[in-house]
Design a protein around this ligand. Structure first.
Ligand code: FCB
Length: 439
């Protein structure tokens, strides 16, 4: 059989986020974010790592743009640090922050690379957290103001609102392993509602002010499967699917929280009482694209516990199952209104693996990417409107609570010297981008 061939206009990209790569956290007026606060507490992040220096992208963006150009990328997904634009999360913007992203967008344009900008990739201004963060409804209104500033300042067509609201809910507010480090289901789902409201408000602002541009959320979705055929497993799978997927997709696409999941939430959170008239209409502001982030699937038993059925990557949560991406894409087409889909994150971590010759032979990553792109191609062949794919990540970077050990980049970064080296996966991806074929 011939290698799968992607459509000529398929968008090949790579993704990053501000706090994970920029560094320069105290420069040019940037205010503190919840991640600065979180990293400063001993024990929160592995080895006491922080994003203070990260991979110095703030000062090396020209070099990083050239790396992207050398790969032939069609598109680059990055996030804007809200605390660079509004150090306190409100009020007049700091031009220096805006100028950084303006230069980045210009640099992409000069190299024929289309920008896709994420408004919020978790680095909430600390000042807003001090006022209740996402538990405070006002944060959603502040987000709309911030969005308006960057929409007007930056000549960018494609936007993502909130990156993985589920991770903020689950890791930031339930398990507490991410900023702001809360462990409270009651508060978690209040935050969820306001994150979705923020998504809707910002989307509306873009539609009102910049017709023709496109916007949507970036949702990490976890297909749920039965781990066995014991009595009760099917119900546990449905519940898991509610919490992992429908809780985010249904309000955005259908203007309603899934009833079964909302009933479960109501038993542990005052969240339902925070839903005001008109909120679901705002949240279901029509979207122009959906960012789909896929790393893993969840196989669960009757108790709802995860059962690993496949090998995992360096990070245990990442059970490697490319079939889940195919199922997810087909399901989105089957169950929800058709919008252009972009896989806005997909990738795999590995420990540092520089060979004596200085090359990085990340064979497992090549296999991972090829298998997942094969799944994307299979979905495309069935008419699923996938328009593009962004590998996570362009560069090795700060992997949140895991620090710098798990390297997700297709480009290696030497953390001592900041030298960038194309890994074998980057060389492979460059060929895929050039030919549209998975070799
Ligand atoms: C996603 C995040 C991204 C990165 C990858 C590995 O949940 O959006 O920033 O950390 O996981």
């Amino acid at each position: 059989m011939a290698d799968p061939l992607f459509p000529a206009d398929f968008v090949w990209g790579a993704a990053t986020s501000a706090y994970q790569i920029e560094g320069a956290t105290a420069e040019d007026g940037r205010g503190p974010s919840v991640w600065d606060t979180f990293c400063a507490v001993p024990g929160n992040v592995k080895d006491g790592a922080t994003g203070d220096g990260a991979v110095e992208h703030y000062h090396r963006s020209a070099e990083d743009l050239d790396v992207m150009a050398s790969l032939g990328l069609d598109a680059y997904r990055f996030s804007i640090a809200w605390p660079r634009v509004q150090p306190d999360g409100a009020g007049r913007p700091d031009q220096r922050g805006l100028d950084f992203y303006r230069r980045l967008a210009d640099g992409l344009g000069e190299r024929g690379i289309a920008p896709m900008a994420t408004l919020f990739h978790w680095d909430l201004p600390q000042r807003l957290q001090d006022k209740g963060g996402w538990e405070n409804r006002d944060t959603a209104e502040r987000f709309a103001d911030y969005a308006e500033i960057v929409f007007d300042a930056l000549d960018i067509r494609d936007w993502l609102t909130v990156n993985e609201p589920k991770t903020v809910v689950e890791c930031g507010y339930r398990s507490g392993v991410h900023a702001p480090g809360v462990q409270d289901d009651g508060r978690a789902f209040v935050a969820l509602h306001h994150l979705l409201l923020a998504h809707g408000r910002a989307s509306r602002v873009l539609h009102d002010r910049h017709p023709g541009r496109r916007i949507g959320p970036a949702l990490n979705l976890h297909p749920a499967y039965p781990a066995d055929d014991a009595p009760g497993t099917a119900e546990a799978v449905r519940h898991k699917d509610g919490l992992e997927n429908r809780l985010y997709l249904d309000p955005v696409f259908r203007g309603a929280y899934p009833e079964d999941t909302l009933a479960w939430i109501a038993e542990r959170s005052p969240m339902p009482s925070f839903i005001r008239d008109g909120d679901l209409a705002a949240i279901s502001e029509p979207i122009d694209l959906l960012g789909v982030q896929y790393y893993t699937s969840h196989f669960v038993d009757a108790a709802g516990e995860r059962v690993l059925k496949h090998p995992t990557a360096q990070l245990e949560w990442l059970e490697i199952f490319p079939g889940g991406l195919y199922d997810l894409l087909v399901r989105l087409k089957r169950d929800y209104p058709a919008v252009p889909l972009y896989v806005t994150e997909n990738g795999v971590p590995a420990p540092d693996e520089v060979a004596p010759d200085g090359r990085v032979h990340d064979t497992a990553r090549v296999t991972f990417l090829r298998d997942h792109l094969t799944a994307v191609h299979a979905a495309l062949s069935e008419g699923v409107p996938v328009e593009g794919y962004f590998v996570w990540s362009l560069l090795d970077n700060f992997e949140w609570a895991e620090g710098y050990d798990p390297r997700f980049g297709i480009v290696h970064v030497d953390y001592e010297t900041q030298k960038r080296t194309l890994k074998d996966s980057a060389l492979w991806y460059r060929d895929v981008v050039a030919t549209g074929r998975l070799t």
